[in-house]
Design a protein around this ligand. Structure first.
Ligand SMILES: *[C@@H]1O[C@H](CO)[C@@H](O)[C@H](O)[C@H]1NC(C)=O
Length: 475
């Protein structure tokens, strides 16, 4: 049988030269040559002789595991006609009760008609008796559901008879068989025969894959990949970065059997894009009636690893013949969970900046890459561009702002929405602000052609925006 299994793993960045380690990053341990102090608000906490990590605040703070569920369409929905909501990389993502989703380093798992999103909360939600459980992963054993969390570089299992809620510690934390290794990151994978596997970045940056037993314990090691590999996972693969919440150029390896041999690596994103500022947590495969869609699930961490962090979910182009995996960047996309088909906004109204009201130094200029071939530039701290008459539907709607900045480090764009007296930074809606030419934000628009958006900037005196258009999405 010619079964293709792809494993994504990261290489490089061992001992990265940060002056101060980023949140959650390694800050000590045998052989560690990188930073030994942490950024503000984080403390370097000893885990064992090989590993110390930057943890928030003091050791008294806790990070806990929560589950967040996200409903898929039901079986009563005709296949192919009911996509999920928009997936907007970098945007704030609210749950169905309007609360920002805080579930990082986790996994999305489909059980019958529901997709369950598991992640570690870096905010305040306290659900399970686990402190410092990183990169949680869930699976079903013979008779129970399990969550594996990383605690002090050991696997701490929790179990429950229900998929959501009721989890309690299932025995002590354990190291990786067969050599009692500790590890930093983990990814989980369920094969087509229903068996589960754990991929870990074990001591010495060895990526290893172990069988998960039905009773929730870890079994035989199937394979290992040595060398500079830093982090593991499977999609049929997944990954992470042990140097902290720093984006790395993720790599793909492939094999026809989980036991190897593995071939690779190859990049999954252009190297200068560093997986678009994100850290991979899991790969989700949607096998639909018309297409199979492979989805990269990444965390878009803010600079200090707080609950202000967002998500980077992107479809991946996978070639099983060329053995390549490439992230497909889209500012907005969605997948129909029944058909597996990916689609993009089609029902949008565009408002060009050159037709808007300009103030200060803002001036019309030519723009070869713009739809209308014109745009507005020189939008500095004392200038703005006011779009009026935007048609809304009296609800929260996605509005794409098409703009570029001359230096994303030097300032940022902000927007006054209708009568709001103070501007809101676009980065508060979407952490890709300043880093991509189209930034969708979700805002409430009034009914009719009565909405106003005034876009300006704040930052250094020479910071400028180059605004092409805004686009109101109606679907
Ligand atoms: C927007 O960002 C600037 C820094 O660029 C900051 O000074 C300001 O407080 C932010 N505004 C809001 C409303 O958060």
């Amino acid at each position: 049988m010619n079964r293709k299994v792809l494993l994504i793993a990261i290489s490089g960045y061992v001992g990265g030269a940060f002056a101060q380690q980023t949140a959650w990053g390694q800050c000590g341990g045998s052989g560690w040559t990188g930073a030994t102090t942490c950024i503000s608000g984080y403390t370097c906490v000893y885990s064992n002789d090989w590993y110390s990590q930057c943890l928030p605040g003091t050791a008294a703070t806790t990070t806990t595991v929560v589950t967040t569920t996200k409903k898929a369409t039901t079986t009563t929905t005709p296949a192919g006609s009911s996509p999920t909501g928009w997936i907007v990389p970098g945007a704030v993502w609210l749950d169905t009760s309007g609360v920002k989703i805080d579930a990082h380093g986790g996994q999305v798992w489909k059980v019958s008609n529901t997709f369950y999103w598991l992640g570690a909360s870096v905010g305040t939600s306290i659900q399970y008796p686990l402190s410092w459980a990183y990169r949680p992963k869930m699976f079903k054993g013979t008779s129970k559901y399990f969550i594996y969390g990383q605690v002090n570089r050991l696997v701490q299992p929790l179990s429950s008879s229900n998929i959501v809620g009721g989890y309690s510690l299932a025995g002590s934390a354990f190291s990786l068989p067969p050599y009692s290794l500790t590890y930093s990151d983990m990814g989980i994978f369920q094969d087509d025969d229903g068996k589960w596997y754990l991929a870990t970045s074990a001591d010495g940056n060895i990526l290893q894959i172990n069988v998960i037993n039905g009773d929730g314990t870890l079994g035989t090691r199937l394979t290992k990949l040595g060398g500079e590999l830093e982090a593991p996972g499977i999609f049929r693969a997944g990954t992470s970065a042990k140097t902290g919440y720093r984006a790395n150029p993720n790599k793909v390896y492939w094999a026809t059997s989980l036991s190897g041999p593995w071939t690779g690596p190859a990049d999954i994103a252009p190297e200068d894009q560093n997986t678009y500022g994100s850290q991979n947590t899991h790969e989700l495969v949607i096998k639909g009636s018309a297409a199979t869609t492979y989805i990269y699930l990444g965390d878009a961490w803010d600079s200090s690893g707080t609950s202000a962090s967002n998500y980077m979910w992107l479809p991946m182009a996978v070639s099983t013949s060329a053995h390549t995996v490439t992230l497909q960047y889209h500012a907005m996309w969605r997948v129909d969970v029944n058909s597996g088909v990916v689609s993009y906004p089609t029902n949008s109204k565009r408002y060009d900046a050159e037709l808007a009201k300009l103030s200060g130094r803002a001036a019309i200029t030519t723009c070869e890459s713009c739809v209308s071939k014109r745009a507005v530039h020189q939008v500095d701290i004392s200038s703005d561009v006011t779009f009026t008459g935007l048609i809304g539907q009296d609800k929260a709607q996605w509005v794409s702002i098409h703009y570029k900045v001359n230096d994303p480090q030097a300032g940022q764009a902000h927007v006054y929405i209708n009568d709001e007296p103070t501007p809101r930074n676009i980065s508060d809606f979407n952490s890709r602000a300043g880093y991509h030419g189209e930034i969708p934000i979700k805002i409430h628009l009034k009914a009719g052609a009565v909405n106003t958006l005034r876009i300006g900037s704040n930052g250094a005196p020479d910071f400028e925006l180059h605004i092409d258009a805004v686009e109101v999405h109606e679907d």
